[in-house]
Design a protein. Structure first.
Lengths: 232, 342, 288
């Protein structure tokens, strides 16, 4: 069953066009990766889906309902949550307060503080500390936990691996397995191609705001991918 | 290879320059075809549009939204009254000296207010103005709370007859207004003007390109203060008396001016003229309604800010890309000599 | 000259100024909005109290029961209806729109009540004083107001740090974009924030209206005093704002002791001096 579908999605920052007619489909329970070089439009795509960027209503359809014109907070209530690029934790809030921020979606579901601490045990010890005092990896876990607390049906992850050491990245992606195991649909934006492809069933490759390639990840030839990535 | 030329004037601006010259000639001739009442009104319009151009330069171009320019109006006025009344300075000399006096006072003021940004800067300038007003009300030689009046002797220095005085004051108003406009216009056409536009568009970007943003803003602030002081001296010369409340009145010298610039179109040279005309029309129409006309002005300003933040002229520019006072630069492609060779 | 009494009086005056300043501080902290109409709203609250006390005969303290909700609703409506529209346009729209609102309130009050001075009467408590020893006497009413200011700030801190709403306020103040991505409706939150700020405006208006006369054009000076208290104390800190108010009150008391006409000016000069020497205030919270 298709959970998310974008139809000819185009997005603008003022006069500047960042996306040109993107068509992406994500089925329920799938993990889909979006890869591409810097400036390819990956974050713009996530922001358009999450409602941070306004688009025409039918350009983004979630569970059959057009949501392109809806505001970000309305979309969270429908069940889409974002782990923003660069974490974007609230610096004045403690770890636990950041997690609790996720509950403003007012959605019921399996995720609560207890379960998030089970997934990320380290966070439990750090929960009273102000968010900025955590390491990059711990902040990333907090950001993921915060998004989970809204009990999303669709989780959008923007550059989970950004600025993190390989060991830490590996830990985070292991947790991702636990999340998708619950049936949550995930769209993953990544610059680390190998990570992205290992974690996903299908991928889309963006290039300068356009869709360059889309295919299942299994057995995909990485050379062909390089060509699409760089627009050769 | 095409070569590129930088052009200043547009067709519309050339036509308009002719029109403006005709209007100016008619205004200069007014003492011969108009009466004292007309001259008083047009003189008032002239100094208000000058104040508006200066506020626009500060806020619309330099990004310094000051709600305290009335400080310099008062300072200029008090300088005139003090120099002529206490030091027996010639009235014309006193007026001229009011400008550098106000400019100099702006230096310590800027030390304080430039520490603040944005809306905090605005309120800070207001506090400074209140401080000047309070000092004026406490200093005996400045007349304390009741202020000072111009003696008949000082008035006779301008001219002996009432009509002659009327004419001279009117022509001075016109001259100062044209002078202030010329200063603003040529400033904006110059390198400094380009720097200002860059700062307005993006301060960090222009700083990274080597534009000394602090010095530019500082110079503009001082120049505006000096010009405002000169206008203040002119205004109170015409009013014949000054008091702290009148000299430093935020309603008379700032609220009205901001209204003119906002309605007319902030950040444009044409805007203050349009805003000034609209203000005077409204004032005439609503003269009988007391405080309601200020309420209406406030409401209009709010609606304009919400719906058309660039004012009437801003709307015109968006629709028609018109510029009557050419301060921009356009790149024109000139056909090269090689075009004939293929 | 009994300096101790003078200084105590000045310090307690800080309680009033803190009440003036809290609402301003809140709307800047949460919405990044400097509300030029803030002082006029304080005066408006005093006039609402006047109408209530003259209409029903109840005393000004009790009138707060009506004035506070009225001002809350007004703040909510103002933010939701007009001010929310100014927030994305940069510096000028909020400044000029609140300036326009200020003009409208001042002249509306002028039309409705005339250019006369008014005062809220409470009888004996206004002049009562506590005698704490030979030369020491403290006004009961100023002490009460100071206590209300302290209580008010403590309650606000509780709101910010112990409640869900407060958490949302702090999140939006940190990063409004991301807060929206977490499901917070910013527009509603800003409206509630201004409503809460108006509670303090109501308190300030009524209590100061008991202490001294007010008139339709008394708004600007109240805005300036609020502003000075916030800047002296440092942006972003509520307790800092209280201290800022106290320092302002002390400076004014010293000025007034030299010459009553110098009271307000002394406050302004202290403000400017602190601004030049320590521009970020005495207890700034490092925020953007």
């Amino acid at each position: 069953m298709t959970l998310l579908q974008t139809n000819n999605l185009s997005a603008f920052y003022g006069d500047f066009q960042a996306l040109f007619g993107i068509n992406v489909t994500v089925a329920q329970g799938e993990t889909v990766a979006i890869i591409g070089a810097n400036g390819a439009g990956k974050t713009t795509f996530l922001r358009s889906v999450a409602g941070a960027l306004d688009t025409a209503p039918e350009m983004v359809v979630f569970d059959g309902e057009p949501i392109g014109h809806k505001t970000a907070h309305e979309i969270v209530r429908l069940g889409i949550a974002m782990v923003p690029e660069g974490r974007r934790l609230f610096p004045s809030l403690s770890v636990e307060e950041n997690l609790l921020l996720g509950t403003h979606s007012e959605r019921a579901g399996p995720w609560n503080l207890k379960r998030v601490y089970e997934l990320f045990p380290r966070l439990h010890e750090l929960r009273q500390l102000p968010a900025p005092s955590l390491s990059g990896g711990q902040q990333q876990m907090t950001a993921v936990g915060r998004a989970l607390m809204s009990n999303p049906r669709l989780l959008l992850c923007d550059e989970l691996s950004l600025g993190l050491a390989p060991v830490v990245i590996r830990d985070i992606y292991e947790c991702l397995d636990a999340i998708t195991g619950e049936g949550t649909t995930v769209v993953l934006v990544e610059q680390d191609i190998n990570r992205a492809l290992d974690a996903s069933a299908r991928f889309y490759c963006f290039q300068e705001g356009r869709l360059a390639l889309s295919a299942p990840t299994k057995d995909f030839d990485r050379n062909a991918l390089t060509a699409a990535y760089f627009g050769l | 290879m095409e070569s590129v030329r930088v052009e200043r004037a547009t067709k519309a601006s050339r036509v308009f320059a002719l029109f403006a010259a005709l209007v100016l000639a008619a205004l200069i001739a007014m003492p011969w075809w108009g009466d004292a009442g007309d001259m008083r009104l047009v003189g008032e319009m002239a100094y208000y549009v000058a104040l508006a151009q200066l506020w626009n330069l500060l806020a619309g171009y330099a990004g310094l939204v000051s709600v305290g320019q009335q400080a310099y109006v008062g300072l200029g006025g008090y300088a005139l009254f003090y120099l002529t009344g206490v030091w027996n300075t010639n009235v014309y000399l006193a007026m001229i000296l009011a400008a550098p006096f106000a400019g100099l006072m702006a230096i310590p003021v800027s030390f304080a207010v430039f520490r603040l940004r944005g809306a905090y800067f605005a309120v800070g300038t207001w506090v400074v103005s209140e401080v000047f007003a309070l000092f004026a009300s406490l200093i005996a030689v400045l007349g304390a709370g009741s202020g000072l009046s111009l003696t008949p002797a000082i008035l006779r220095e301008i001219a002996t007859g009432r009509d002659a005085r009327s004419t001279i004051l009117y022509l001075m108003s016109l001259a100062i207004s044209v002078l202030v406009f010329a200063v603003v216009y040529f400033l904006l056409r110059s390198r400094h003007g380009l720097a200002l536009t860059a700062i307005r568009d993006s301060e960090p970007a222009s700083a990274s390109l080597g534009v000394n943003t602090f010095r530019t803003k500082f110079i503009i602030y001082l120049a505006t203060a000096a010009c405002t002081g000169l206008i203040g001296a002119l205004i109170f010369l015409q009013k014949l008396r000054i008091s702290p409340e009148a000299g430093f009145s935020i309603n008379d010298w700032t609220v009205v001016v901001i209204f003119m610039v906002v309605i007319g179109g902030i950040g444009t040279l044409e805007g203050p003229f349009i805003g000034m005309l609209i203000y005077f029309v409204l004032r005439e129409l609503l003269a009988d309604y007391g405080a309601y006309y200020l309420i209406l002005m406030g409401a209009i300003a709010i609606v304009v800010m919400l719906k058309a933040p660039f004012g009437i002229w801003g709307w015109v520019v968006q629709r028609y890309d018109l510029q009557l006072f050419p301060v921009g630069r356009r790149l024109a492609l000139a056909p090269s000599e090689d075009a004939s060779k293929k | 000259m009994n300096w101790i009494n003078i200084l105590i009086q000045g310090g307690l005056l800080g309680g009033f100024y803190a009440l003036f300043a809290i609402g301003l501080s809140m709307s800047f902290g949460i919405m990044r909005l400097v509300n030029i109409a803030h002082g006029d709203l304080i005066v408006l609250a005093a006039y609402v109290a006047l109408l209530v006390t003259e209409g029903t005969g109840i005393d000004p303290f009790l009138s707060l029961v009506i004035v506070v909700p009225v001002m809350f609703v007004l703040g909510y409506a103002l933010q939701r209806g007009i001010l929310n529209m100014t927030l994305s346009g940069g510096l000028l729209p909020p400044l000029l729109v609140t300036f326009g609102i200020s003009i409208i309130i001042q002249n509306g009050l002028l039309q409705a009540f005339g250019a006369y001075d008014h005062r809220l009467q409470v009888g004996a408590i206004e002049t009562a004083s506590l005698h704490l020893g030979e030369n020491l006497s403290v006004g009961v009413f100023p002490l009460l107001v100071f206590a209300i200011a302290v209580l008010g700030i403590a309650s606000l801190q509780l709101l910010f740090y112990r409640t869900r709403l407060g958490r949302a306020f702090r999140a939006v103040s940190d990063d409004a974009d991301t807060a929206e991505l977490m499901g917070i409706d910013n527009r509603k939150l800003y409206a509630v924030a201004l409503g809460v700020a108006m509670i303090f405006v109501a308190l300030a208006g009524v209590l100061f209206g008991i202490r001294t006369i007010f008139a339709p054009l008394s708004g600007p000076i109240r805005l300036i005093l609020a502003f000075e208290a916030v800047i002296i104390g440092g942006l972003g800190s509520m307790w800092g704002t209280l201290l800022g108010g106290v320092i302002l009150g002390l400076a004014q008391a010293v000025g007034a002791a030299i010459d009553p006409n110098w009271q307000i000016l002394a406050g302004h000069l202290a403000f400017l001096a602190i601004l030049i020497v320590r521009p970020s205030g005495l207890f700034p919270r490092t925020r953007d």
